[in-house]
Design a protein around this ligand. Structure first.
Ligand code: AMP
Ligand code: ZN
Length: 463
């Protein structure tokens, strides 16, 4: 399989070959767990899940190691914990769980490793100690700083000079850093904030050092692929490179991949603009597969405009493919006799599209062509072959694995389920636990699981 990927580091589309085909390594920066993931936050995990699936097909499932972290200590988490008067773990644990649920509902495989920053503090201290020892970092009263002028390679990923970076930035005279571009590796403890003991005194890690240490611990000094959203190129990934490469004396990642941003009706999706829509809100109204299809409908490097029309088109696209699969099942032995989907059955043009820098729109066009062929065919063997091809290709992209008959049942009963969930919320508010339990059981009997969160109740289909 000839996989080509656009490498931000070289600014070129390059042929991908791992350092060791028996141990292909990929790291993707994960969420800061202080709130629910919005649909923009879901774009990197969905895009890199497709790459994970493609690499597994190319090198074997057991030979691809994928790590995606949880940032579970950070200024925003500390602020939420302080507001609530509780610990940071009380903030992060439920959002971490919600993130796993949302990512699973979007059809993502679980990564091989999901390290938490707070479980890697000693490893972070080791990297910081190595940097101090080699003259790339120094300690001040407020913590330990990385010395940007000491790193001659600094700026190579984002392609900017230190002067470019500083133009327009306010230099804060209060901070005890030697150069305005220097960044924090370790922040000395402040009253009321969580802290850990370290060789540099009580404190907590800076954000960038977390990833450097978690990559080293889970995957090693040099990895094949590092991914994330385009906003992370500078400063986050530039700083990860600076820390890891100066500490280890080796390249951090051979390929750097970045996904474009998701816009909301033409505007950047961001909390300050108030146009954020949570993945879990959308999952109440749409099958996860429709959201996944929508996220993959543009090339991953291009911006994607999130609109109601995009969702309708994505639903219609999947309806068309499931219609073909339903007919195939009805005309052949169907689900009962069908072996599980196999990526080996994905047609070569589909694999070629994904291998060409994850060209998902092109891959989708191949699926439509297969469905059109199936709709015209009356030959049972031919239909079986097309069904296998559709399902094998779907497996590689994380779609089309459902039962087509069930696909067309989805959605008809959403209003009824919503009404039952609302009744249950009311029963709970009235402390009528017997009635709440009865409604939970009634929902379970229809294959619906209810999840109670601080902000209300949500539901999902099970089985
Ligand atoms: P944050 O919660 O801001 O730390 O973002 C977590 C991840 O989501 C990062 O990889 C970001 O690059 C990504 N991300 C945030 N907003 C968007 C967006 N609107 N479109 C695509 N990716 C995003
Ligand atoms: Zn990172």
């Amino acid at each position: 399989m000839d996989i080509r990927l656009t490498n931000t580091l070289t600014r070129a589309k390059e042929r991908f070959a791992p350092a060791d085909p028996d141990r292909v390594t990929m790291y993707v920066c994960g969420p800061t767990v202080y709130n629910y993931a919005h649909i923009g936050n879901a774009r990197p995990p969905v895009v890199f899940d497709v790459l994970f699936r493609l690499l597994r097909a190319a090198y074997g499932d057991a030979h691809v190691l994928y790590a995606r972290n949880f940032t579970d200590v950070d200024d925003r988490i500390i602020a939420v914990a302080a507001e609530r008067g509780g610990s940071i773990a009380a903030v992060t644990a439920p959002f971490e769980q919600a993130y796993r649920e949302d990512m699973a509902a979007l059809g993502n495989l679980a990564p091989t490793f999901e390290p938490r920053a707070t479980e890697h503090i000693p490893g972070m201290c080791d990297v910081v100690s190595a940097l101090i020892g080699k003259g790339f970092a120094y300690q001040g009263d407020s913590g330990v700083w990385f010395s940007v002028p000491a790193d001659k390679g600094y700026g190579k990923l984002s392609n900017r000079s230190v002067d470019d970076m500083l133009s327009g930035t306010r230099v804060d005279a209060e901070e005890d850093k030697a150069h305005p571009a220097d960044f924090a590796l370790w922040k000395a403890a402040r009253p009321g904030e969580p802290s850990w003991p370290s060789p540099f005194g009580e404190g907590r890690p800076g954000w960038h050092i977390e990833c450097s240490a978690m990559i080293k611990a889970t995957l090693g000094d040099t990895i094949d692929i590092h991914g994330g959203g385009i906003d992370l190129v500078f400063p986050h990934h530039e700083n990860e490179i600076a820390q890891s490469e100066c500490a280890n004396g080796k390249p951090l990642a051979r390929f750097w991949l970045h996904n474009g941003f998701l816009d909301m009706e033409g505007e950047k999706m961001s909390k300050s603009l108030g146009n954020v829509v949570l993945a879990r809100e959308l999952l109440q109204d749409w099958p996860g597969e429709v959201l996944r299809w929508a996220l993959l409908s543009a090339h991953y490097r291009a911006p994607l405009d999130w609109t109601r029309a995009l969702l309708d088109q994505s639903k219609a696209a999947l309806d068309r493919l499931y219609t073909a699969l339903r007919r195939i099942d009805r005309e052949t032995a169907g689900a009962a006799a069908r072996p599980p989907a196999a990526v080996e059955d994905a047609p070569p043009e589909f694999v070629a599209a994904l291998s060409d820098d994850l060209n998902t729109p092109q891959a989708m066009a191949v699926l439509f062509a297969l469905a059109t062929e199936a709709n015209k065919s009356a030959d049972r063997a031919e239909l079986e072959r097309l069904g296998d091809a559709l399902r094998g290709a779907g497996l590689l992209m994380g779609v089309l694995q459902g039962d087509p008959e069930a696909w067309f049942r989805t959605g008809d009963d959403v209003d009824e389920i919503d009404a039952l969930v609302a009744e249950r919320v009311a029963a709970r508010a009235a402390r009528n636990w017997a009635e709440a339990d009865r409604l939970r059981a009634a929902l379970a009997a229809r294959g619906v699981e209810v999840m109670d969160n601080p902000g209300g109740s949500t539901w999902k289909r099970i089985g």
